[in-house]
Design a protein around this ligand. Structure first.
Ligand code: NI
Length: 390
C-alpha cells in the first residue's frame, strides 16, 4: 500500500488531536499543555522524547535500520492573542487566545507522520520531530537553536510546512531561494530643545525633525535598494508633544522593515542610521536609531526545494504543485533553522472555504481536510530521503 493509503485511516485521530489543541490554545513559551500532549503522543508511538528544548519545545527521535542519515521535520505549536469569533464546538476555551495561524494543524500533521513512521519504519536512518514554541514573533526557533538543537539532534536537512488559505486543499506551493521576508522593527529617538510654542527661535523643534525624517526615510527603498530587490520600510508610529503651546523637546518614530536577504536588510539599516542622523542634524537636533532584526529571511536551499517539490508532485501531481508562488512579505522564524541547516519550507493549501479567510483573522480555522496530505508529505519525504536500500 502507498504511504497516503496507509495514512488515510489516521485522519479521524489527527482531526481529534487538531481540535483538542485548537480548543486549548497557548501563547508562545506558555505551551505547557500542548507540549505535554505532544510528548505523551510521541511516547505512545514508541518514540524517544526530549522535553524542554528551547523552554517549551519538544523533540522526538525515531531510528530505523542502520542508516546514518538524518532528517529534521518541524511544526510550530503556539497560538495568538486574538479573541476567537468562531462558534463551533472546538472553539478556543481560553479567552483572548486562539489558533488563528493553523499551528494546531501543523502540530497534528507532524504527529500523524510520526505515528505512521513509528508503525511502518519503511526507512533507514534517523528522524527528528521538532515541535517548536513561540513562532509568532517571540523567537522560539532561535531559543531551540540556542539550546543546542542541531548539536543534540543533528539533521542533514530540515523541512517545515505552513498552511496557506486561498490555496486549494490538495495543492502545495514551494519555491527555491527566498520564500518569505526577513523582518525588523526600529525606533528612532529625536532630541531637540523644548520651548514655548510662540517662540520657535529659542527651540530646536524635535517634531519638525521627526516629520522630516519620516519623509526622508522613504527615499531609502526608492533610491538605495536596487529595483530588482524588494524591501518595505513603513513608519507606523510617530509620537511627539503633549500640549498646544509647547514645542516638544523629543520625538519618537517607529516602524518595520522587510527584505528578502540579509544584505538588503543591512543596507536599509545603514541608510536609516545615516538619514535619521543627518536629517536631525540639519535641523540642529540629534537622532538615535534602535534597529532590531527579529526574523531572518526564509530562504530555501535550491536542491532541497527540488526534492520537496518532487515529493509534493508524487502525492498530488505536477498540476497541483505551484513552483512559482508569490514572495510573501510576512516573516517566519523557521528561517533561523534554515540558516543553520539546509532545507525547505513549503505551503500546503488550506482551501478557499473553511479557513479560507486569512491567517491571524478571528474567524480563521485550520482545514482538517488537509491533515492526511500534510502528514503524507512529511512521511514520504522521510521514506524517500532515508530510503532503506540507500
Ligand atoms: Ni503561522
Amino acid at each position: 500500500m502507498s504511504t497516503a493509503e496507509l495514512i488515510a485511516p489516521l485522519h479521524a485521530e489527527m482531526t481529534a488531536w487538531r481540535r483538542d489543541i485548537h480548543a486549548h490554545p497557548e501563547l508562545g513559551f506558555e505551551e505547557s499543555r500542548t507540549a505535554a500532549f505532544v510528548a505523551r503522543q510521541l511516547e505512545s508511538f514508541g518514540i524517544e522524547v526530549q522535553r524542554g528544548v528551547g523552554r517549551t519545545g519538544v523533540v522526538g527521535t525515531l531510528r530505523a535500520g542502520a542508516g546514518a542519515h538524518s532528517v529534521g521535520l518541524r511544526a510550530d505549536m503556539d497560538a495568538l492573542p486574538i479573541a476567537e469569533a468562531n462558534t463551533f464546538a472546538h472553539r478556543s476555551q481560553h479567552a483572548g487566545v486562539m489558533h488563528a495561524c493553523g499551528h494546531d494543524g501543523h502540530t497534528a500533521m507532524l504527529l500523524g507522520a510520526a505515528r505512521y513512521l513509528a508503525q511502518t519504519r519503511r526507512f533507514s536512518g534517523v528522524v527528528h520531530f521538532i515541535f517548536q514554541p513561540a513562532e509568532e514573533g517571540l523567537g522560539g526557533a532561535r531559543a531551540m537553536v540556542d539550546d543546542g538543537l542541531f548539536e543534540r539532534f543533528p539533521c542533514q536537512a530540515i523541512f517545515g510546512m505552513h498552511n496557506r488559505p486561498s490555496l486549494e486543499v490538495g495543492r502545495f506551493a514551494v519555491r527555491a531561494g527566498p520564500m518569505m521576508a526577513g523582518g525588523a522593527f526600529f525606533d528612532i529617538h529625536v532630541t531637540g530643545k523644548g520651548a514655548h510654542g510662540a517662540r520657535p527661535e529659542t527651540s530646536v523643534d524635535a517634531a519638525l525633525a521627526a516629520a522630516q525624517i519620516a519623509v526622508s526615510l522613504q527615499s531609502i527603498v526608492a533610491r538605495n535598494v536596487a529595483p530588482v530587490d524588494t524591501a518595505v520600510l513603513s513608519v507606523t508610529r510617530i509620537h511627539a508633544g503633549d500640549a498646544y503651546n509647547v514645542i516638544p523637546q523629543t520625538a519618537a518614530l517607529g516602524g518595520t522593515v522587510r527584505a528578502f536577504s540579509r544584505e538588503v536588510m543591512a543596507l536599509v539599516q545603514a541608510a536609516m542610521r545615516r538619514v535619521a542622523r543627518g536629517t536631525a542634524e540639519a535641523y540642529g537636533a540629534s537622532a538615535e536609531v534602535d534597529f532590531r532584526e527579529l526574523f531572518a529571511p526564509t530562504v530555501n536551499d535550491a536542491a532541497e526545494a527540488e526534492f520537496a517539490a518532487r515529493i509534493c508532485t508524487e502525492l498530488v501531481g505536477t498540476a497541483n504543485v505551484d513552483r512559482q508562488p508569490p514572495l510573501i512579505m510576512a516573516s517566519e522564524d523557521f528561517s533561523y533553522m534554515l540558516e543553520r541547516v539546509p532545507g525547505c519550507y513549503i505551503n500546503i493549501g488550506n482551501g478557499v472555504g473553511v479557513g479560507g479567510c486569512e491567517v491571524h483573522n478571528p474567524a480563521y480555522d485550520f482545514n482538517d481536510a488537509a491533515l492526511p496530505l500534510g502528514a503524507a508529505f512529511f512521511a514520504r519525504l522521510v521514506e524517500a530521503r532515508l530510503a532503506a536500500s540507500a
